[in-house]
Ligand binder design. Structure first.
Ligand code: ZN
Length: 404
């Protein structure tokens, strides 16, 4: 099993196979030392607040084992940040920042101190830039090859996006539905292991098909968060719906699972507590769209996993849940759903407090049949028809309720 995994890694990424694992993370009384089994290309350190953590990205290394903590370090976790970078995360028992960080003269270890600071000092430091560290030139591995790299301006808040066009009947009293094609730009989303089809392309095709069907119905107005291949952070997506005062927000995705047998669609709504572990994992994965090269591009704090809901959001959430059930009912003739089709979890993209929002996982891109269905024009039309029928009934009910 171990050998099979190693071979697989080598086939996927020859550069990664050359990187040695992190040998040890030693927590001493005053110093912390990270030892490497091989030369590394460099390291960077940064802070994450609430819960307070210190993260170290080691370029040209593979993660080693997770370890228990000592003193101010509650635990040490390690993971693969990308093909050529290992990430070491120190969970802190109290706020502390990295000081005196340096590589050893032979490049084989990195040592630093933790300096306890106040919570506010920690938060200020967490907003600052990374600390970059390099081993001595003669003991430095070549930087790992990346298949693609992303340059993202950091530090400046992104200006508010120009709002997308509202399409459909020119009657402002008609309800407005915002369709959000998940992922885009440098974030491909899930990728089909069979055809290589990318989630971002499938979601865009689906969003367009849904838009066309909704406009043809003549009952609603429609806007797309993106009409081409571009990257938006999650806050920008629901921000568009809020700024347009949308009556409904539908985020379109296509799930992926290791088990290629997994198939079928599900509809997700927002909740602080996930309906099941799978839903929690999915939300964590979708929320990661905001994190590029370890930097959270979202509008808020670095921790997207905790979402506190306002009581005022309850009504919005009830409407969203009603629509989720309706969508499943109306689309079930044309689209295969999973047995527990309505689930909930803390999806950032569903967080608009005043726009009923759902996330429609239209199927599993990792499943051959689902991927073919979703990539086909006929399949896209079926998904669109289901959404259109549900939207029509939804607003007819809303209008009827208002008339009572
Ligand atoms: Zn997705």
């Amino acid at each position: 099993m171990g050998l099979a995994l190693v071979l697989l890694t080598m086939m996927l990424n020859p550069a990664a196979a050359l990187a040695g694992p992190i040998g040890a993370v030693e927590i001493g009384d005053s110093d912390i030392t990270v030892r490497f089994d091989d030369l590394v290309a460099g390291a960077s350190a940064f802070l994450l607040a609430g819960p307070d953590r210190i993260a170290l990205d080691i370029a040209g290394a593979q993660p080693g084992r997770a370890l228990g903590g000592a003193g101010i370090v509650r635990a040490v976790r390690q993971g693969q940040q990308d093909a050529g970078t290992a990430r070491v995360v120190l969970d802190l028992a109290e706020p502390a920042i990295v000081s005196n960080a340096r590589f050893a003269a032979d490049g084989r270890s990195l040592t630093f101190r933790l300096r306890p600071v106040s919570a506010s000092e920690f938060e200020r430091a967490a907003r600052g830039p990374r600390t970059l560290l390099q081993p001595p030139a003669e003991f430095r591995a070549k930087p790992p090859e990346k298949r693609y790299s992303v340059t993202v301006p950091i530090g400046k808040p992104r200006p508010a996006l120009p709002l997308p066009a509202i399409e459909g009947p020119g009657n402002n009293r008609l309800p407005l539905v915002v369709i959000d094609a998940g992922h885009g730009g440098h974030d491909p989303g899930a990728i089909s292991p069979h055809s290589g089809k990318r989630e971002k392309d499938i979601t865009l095709a689906l969003a367009r098909a849904i838009r066309d069907d909704l406009i043809a119905s003549g009952r609603v107005r429609v806007a797309l968060t993106r009409a081409d291949d571009r990257y938006l952070v999650l806050e920008e997506r629901y921000g568009i719906a809020r700024r347009l005062k949308a009556d409904l927000f539908i985020s379109i995705h296509a799930d992926a699972a290791e088990n290629q047998q997994a198939s079928g669609a599900s509809v997700y709504t927002l909740s602080e507590v996930a309906s099941d572990r799978e839903a929690a994992r999915l939300a964590a994965r979708e929320n990661k769209a905001n994190i590029i090269n370890g930097v959270d591009l979202g509008a808020h704090s670095s921790d997207v996993s905790s979402i506190l809901l306002d009581l005022t959001q309850r009504e919005t959430m009830n409407v969203a849940s009603d629509f989720a059930r309706l969508l499943q009912r109306e689309a079930a003739n044309d689209v295969k759903f999973r047995s527990t089709a309505h689930r909930f979890a803390s999806f950032v993209v569903l967080k608009a407090p005043d726009t009923p929002s759902i996330l429609f996982e239209t199927g599993f891109i990792s499943n051959k049949d689902d991927a073919e269905f979703l990539a086909s024009l006929a399949g896209q039309k079926k998904v669109a028809r289901g959404v259109r029928d549900a939207v029509q009934i939804h607003f007819a009910r809303q209008i009827a309720a208002l008339g009572r």
